[in-house]
Design a protein around this ligand. Structure first.
Ligand code: AMP
Ligand code: MG
Length: 479
């Protein structure tokens, strides 16, 4: 047996105006539904969770695994474009650190920042967060990770009666843009500087000796955010609630709520049922990224010149477009940059949009694009086949100009166009089975999605179109 002892969270060094010590509210009859043994091993924890005494109670918050009490941090944020004031970890608590990673429980009870909410997370949304963190990691997209998933029969009320669960999340830091906004809007520039210094010391130490370390950090956050959103767009991930309090300073995907992956391509796709105006639609994400960075830059103004802030922000558009073009060239198996790249991409998006062609299935089929055939398997996915033929002709010309070996190109494309993503209906199946007491689908999906680029013949059905019943599914902010 191996008892876990976490190190104190470095965040504590900041002092009590940045957080509150909290007490986890015990949950009855806890049951460990999932354990991420690969992540566990990378942190020096056992592969086999049975080697940890009382694992379910430890990862529900019932039993302490750190010497210090947990803390909940304070932040503010812009929600749906509007200043929302103080928010904070309303249902997340930081237990401590292991191997340089922060360990946080989500759903372990109320904190001073719960704002009349219950501090809980329901099983449904916890399964989604657990699976999607790991699916994103499998796709090579920066994200917070999920170490464990614990359920309890405790009742939680949302629109209907549900049950509670706790996800153990892991990240080098859970700092959000909103942490900086909080102290800026309070007018507490001393605290703002202390926070920025802390972030630089621990997460951006290479900028410590820059002419202006705060500007250097902002520039890097701009670049990381541009890269992250390019990753999302390429794989068809919609975050759903890109509020500034849900934006990671480290450029990680964070706070999985009403997220969704595109099925049929629609640039206007809104995955969050509560997002009535479509502010966070798929095609809006790049622009919202910039809005959020503007909020961060504004909050850092006491530490830098306005001109320096503007210079950092101005890099976003170019960095995003460069990153996106790189992703799409790779998805198309192209190596060289060419002046007509964007024309080639946008003509393709128009084709996919016109037919609402399935994003993932299309790209995977395109991996087998052949220079000498009509490419029926891809062509048949299209509504306007003449337009596809015209596009495919130009694509062939590009490929011919590059002269890359066809087999080599196909292999490279298969390594960047996933076969398996966490479609809504796949998560829903795991949720329905879990609600019926069968948790095996969670582990099955976790295993499948850890290798999304590999052919996994036993899982062919998981790569198909969503079933008809999936059109009825809707996800909202309720979680
Ligand atoms: P979100 O929309 O999930 O990013 O949450 C926005 C804010 O509401 C954050 O401060 C959360 O901690 C808080 N929050 C959301 N759900 C709950 C809950 N059930 N209990 C307490 N706080 C919550
Ligand atoms: Mg949040």
């Amino acid at each position: 047996m191996l008892s876990i002892q976490l190190h104190p969270a470095r965040f504590r060094q900041l002092g009590s105006q940045f957080y509150s010590e909290v007490v986890a509210e015990p949950l009855p009859a806890t049951q460990l539904l999932a354990w991420n043994s690969e992540l566990a091993a990378s942190m020096g924890l056992p592969l086999d969770v049975n080697q940890i005494p009382n694992a379910a109670d430890s990862f529900a918050g019932n039993q302490a695994i750190a010497a210090e009490p947990p803390i909940a941090t304070v932040y503010s944020g812009h929600q749906f474009g509007v200043w929302a004031g103080q928010l904070g970890d309303g249902r997340a608590m930081l237990l401590g650190e292991l191997a340089g990673q922060e360990i946080q429980l989500k759903g372990a009870g109320q904190t001073p920042y719960s704002r009349r909410a219950d501090g809980r997370a329901v099983l449904r949304s916890s399964i989604r967060e657990y699976l999607c963190s790991e699916a994103m990691h499998g796709l090579g997209i920066p994200t917070t990770r999920a170490l464990a998933l614990v359920a309890s029969p405790e009742t939680v009320w949302r629109e209907t009666q549900e049950t509670a669960a706790v996800v153990t999340r892991v990240a080098p830091s859970f700092l959000r843009f909103g942490h900086f906004e909080h102290f800026y809007y309070l007018g507490n520039h001393t605290a703002l500087k202390a926070l920025a210094d802390f972030a630089i010391a621990h997460y951006f130490p290479h900028h410590r000796d820059a002419a202006n370390p705060y500007q250097a950090m902002l520039s890097e956050v701009v670049a990381r955010t541009a890269e992250l959103i390019a990753d999302w767009q390429a794989v068809g991930f919609c975050h759903g609630v890109m509020n500034t309090d849900n934006m990671s300073l480290l450029g990680l995907t964070i706070d999985y709520g009403p997220f969704g992956f595109l099925d049929g391509f629609d640039a206007g796709h809104i995955c969050n049922h509560s997002d009535h105006s479509g502010r966070y639609a798929y095609g809006m994400q790049p622009e919202v990224g910039l809005f959020n960075l503007n909020c961060l830059a504004q909050a850092l103004l006491p530490l830098l010149d306005r001109d320096e802030a503007i210079a950092a922000l101005k890099q976003y558009q170019g960095e995003f477009e460069t990153a996106l073009a790189e992703r799409f060239r790779a998805k198309l198996g192209l190596v060289d940059e060419a002046p007509d790249d964007w024309q080639l991409f946008t003509r393709l998006f128009d084709l996919l949009q016109a037919g609402h062609t399935d994003w993932t299935i299309f790209w995977r089929a395109l991996c087998h694009f052949d220079m000498t055939s009509l490419n029926e398997p891809v062509r048949n996915l299209m509504v306007d086949r003449d337009a596809f033929d015209a596009w495919a002709w130009d694509y062939k010309v590009r490929l011919a100009l590059e002269g890359r070996d066809q087999a080599e190109r196909q292999t490279a494309m298969l390594a960047v166009n996933p076969k398996y993503i966490l479609r809504n209906h796949l998560a829903e199946q795991a949720i329905r089975q879990a609600n019926a007491g069968d948790f095996r689908e969670i582990t099955r999906l976790q295993t499948l999605l850890a290798r999304p680029f590999d052919e996994q013949p036993d899982f062919e059905a998981y790569a198909g179109l969503p079933p008809d019943w999936a059109t009825e599914l809707s996800v909202s902010c309720s979680s």
